[in-house]
Design a protein around this ligand. Structure first.
Ligand code: BMA
Length: 316
């Protein structure tokens, strides 16, 4: 049985898998959990990330405001389902991820520069004061996701180099840093392989440490005659050399299906950015943006997902 290496967290959102449901990831029946109505100045609130904080949870939310500028807003919750969002933003940019490393919360996000997007990096202890670091790479990149601990003494970040538009290509790479300022030792991680992800792939939530390796949820993009479809896949990366993909599911684990995933500002988008886990039970609550409009929640257990990946493994 695959086990999470991490903290027990009894109070994460959870619903049992519906009877008769065959797949390893199932949706929360109260979806979407955050909509544009959560904030008066929002056009939409979607690709957002949450983390345990104090006796509850904190989050960094992608808010597209009514000028359609993109900003990051913090929020707090006792149950990780009902959120109070602050009515100011901390940074401009989009698609935030967040993780705790040694008592400090590290935010990575897509930061806008005149030359294209880069990965912004900032940290906080209290979600009020933020320290911003050097940009983690030069333009153009998106989907910068830190591992939740140093590996062999170094910070490790997944990134997806791209171009200024909606990239017609996209592979996941990773890079190392001793100080969150200088990044190097770049390694290729994965390219699209199957049709559901054929256009590009990008890391999703902070990787989850398990006794089998790092469980990585990621998004993959299909280009159809009607545009892009974003779905969620999963892979297991080597614990010490995480650029080595040990196993990878050949199919998606979650794809646009419900109305709130298929209809919105950008139709047909499931874009995972965070996961809360309980090490005791393996329960995992995945937060994903739905149709670039709202935030939704899905569940799995690490054991179910790892078993599914192994049973549908495309790595021979
Ligand atoms: C990507 C990012 C995501 C977005 C997706 C679909 O390039 O901009 O924030 O969810 O496109 O529009």
């Amino acid at each position: 049985m695959a086990k999470i290496i991490g903290k027990s967290l009894k109070n994460i959102p959870w619903q049992a898998k519906p009877a008769g449901y065959e797949y390893p990831v199932w949706r929360y029946d109260g979806n979407p959990v955050i909509t544009r109505d959560n904030l008066y100045f929002a056009n939409s609130i979607f690709n957002s990330a949450v983390v345990p904080y104090g006796d509850g949870f904190a989050g960094v939310f992608r808010v597209d405001i009514r000028t359609r500028d993109q900003v990051i807003v913090t929020g707090f919750s006792k149950d990780a389902i009902n959120w109070e969002l602050e009515d100011r933003y901390i940074f401009e940019g989009y698609d935030p991820r967040i993780c705790e490393i040694d008592g400090e919360y590290y935010l990575t996000w897509v930061k806008l520069t005149p030359h294209g997007t880069v990965i912004g990096v900032a940290s906080t202890k209290d979600f009020k004061e933020w320290r911003e670091y050097e940009d983690a790479c030069y333009p153009v990149a998106r989907n910068g996701v830190l591992f939740p601990r140093k590996i062999n003494g170094e910070y490790v970040m997944l990134i997806r180099p791209c171009d200024r538009g909606h990239t017609p290509y996209g592979d996941i790479f990773l890079m190392h840093s001793k100080d969150l300022t200088y990044w190097g030792k770049h390694r290729f991680v994965m390219s699209p392989v199957k049709n559901w992800e054929m256009t590009k792939v990008g890391a999703g939530p902070t990787p989850i440490e398990t006794d089998e390796g790092w469980l990585l949820f990621y998004h993959g993009v299909l280009t159809s005659c009607n545009g892009f479809t974003y779905s969620m896949g999963a892979a297991i990366l080597d614990k010490d050399e995480p650029w080595k993909v040990l196993a990878r599911a050949d199919s998606f684990l979650l794809a646009p299906h419900e109305l709130y995933e298929c209809v919105g500002d950008v139709p047909n988008v499931v874009f995972p950015c965070a996961a809360l886990t309980d090490a005791d039970t393996g329960r995992t609550a995945i937060y994903y943006g739905a149709a670039d409009t709202s935030v939704a929640l899905a569940f799995t257990t690490v054991d179910e997902t790892v078993n599914y990946i192994k049973a549908h493994n495309l790595i021979k």
